[in-house]
Design a protein around this ligand. Structure first.
Ligand SMILES: Cc1ncc(C[n+]2csc(CCOP(=O)(O)OP(=O)(O)O)c2C)c(N)n1
Ligand code: SF4
Length: 256
């Protein structure tokens, strides 16, 4: 199956977004082979930012929304035709700074879409300003003296809002990311995956993550909300990745 397109890839050479693209193409190829959906039933949508270019590089149905509006567009696509497999690629600027209300509603309502957050902790396309998810002390054009905000985990927010699938992976672990992407797309209901995606031009965190990423143990109790919240709040030198939480609830499209 040819999921590549003829578009020239314009990400910075070595940008981990390319690894996310490879993982996604593999996940889609395997899911189609396994009969989960047909290629024509898949919609890959994105917001505006470096992450959003991914829609140019996958030969599926695509939709690129206004900045901060991809979740509401994807919700509309799913409501219009619930048989479609709707995937969202978004940035921390796109969905945590600009479009937070839409993201919150989709999680709370259990809209049956899969959201992949390219978390590079910065507005990369506009040259590295601080977002809602930037760490304390983050320096960029909008915070030259260092961001004074306390950091917050996007996973904690998603768990609090009632998301029914909450996971994290690391972009440069392509096999691991592919596996999590497949689990998320196989989930019925709102699936949220934080993909840690270093921006090698404006906020290069590769050195930090190469030694700290740690997969959750196989026996992690992923149906236990309290355990998931405790894990994402844990203060540790390690960065846990894997599926933190999964449950079943009626979806928004079923209820509507
Ligand atoms: C409504 C609106 N506000 C602001 C912008 C300018 N803008 C374009 S891309 C971008 C940053 C995107 O950052 P993020 O979503 O984190 O994606 P990344 O580039 O990091 O992948 C901004 C602020 C815009 N295009 N539209
Ligand atoms: S600016 Fe950062 S996120 Fe954007 S393409 Fe370059 S390395 Fe990737």
């Amino acid at each position: 199956m040819e999921l590549a397109t003829k578009s020239k890839i314009t990400w910075c050479p070595g940008c981990p977004n390319s690894a996310i693209l490879v993982a996604y193409r593999k996940a889609v190829t395997e899911l189609i082979t396994e009969g989960k959906f047909k290629l024509e039933e898949l919609v890959s949508s994105a917001g505006i930012g470096c992450h959003g270019k991914i829609t140019d590089y996958v030969n599926t149905n695509t939709f690129e929304a206004l900045h901060g509006r991809v979740i509401s567009s994807a919700t509309g696509i799913k409501l219009g035709n619930p048989k479609l497999e709707v995937v969202v690629f978004t940035g921390d600027g796109d969905s945590f700074s600009e479009g937070f209300s839409h993201l919150g509603h989709a999680a709370k309502r259990n809209v049956g879409i899969t959201v992949f957050l390219h978390n590079n902790q910065t507005f990369a396309l506009t040259t590295g300003q601080a977002t809602f998810l930037s760490p304390t002390g983050f320096k960029g054009p909008s915070t030259p003296g260092g961001d004074t905000d306390e950091p917050i985990s996007p996973l904690l927010i998603m768990l609090a809002l009632g998301a029914t699938f909450v996971a994290r992976t690391y972009a440069l672990d392509i096999e691991g990311t592919k596996r999590i992407m497949k689990d998320a797309m196989n989930h019925k209901g709102f699936a949220f995956v934080e993909i840690i995606q270093p921006c090698i031009t404006f906020f290069d965190t590769r050195d930090h993550y190469k030694d700290t990423i740690e997969w959750l143990p196989k026996d992690f109790p992923r149906t236990d909300l309290v355990a998931a919240i405790a894990k994402v709040r844990e203060v540790s030198e390690k960065t846990p990745v894997g599926i933190f939480y999964q449950t079943q609830k009626p979806t928004f499209e079923e209820l509507v």
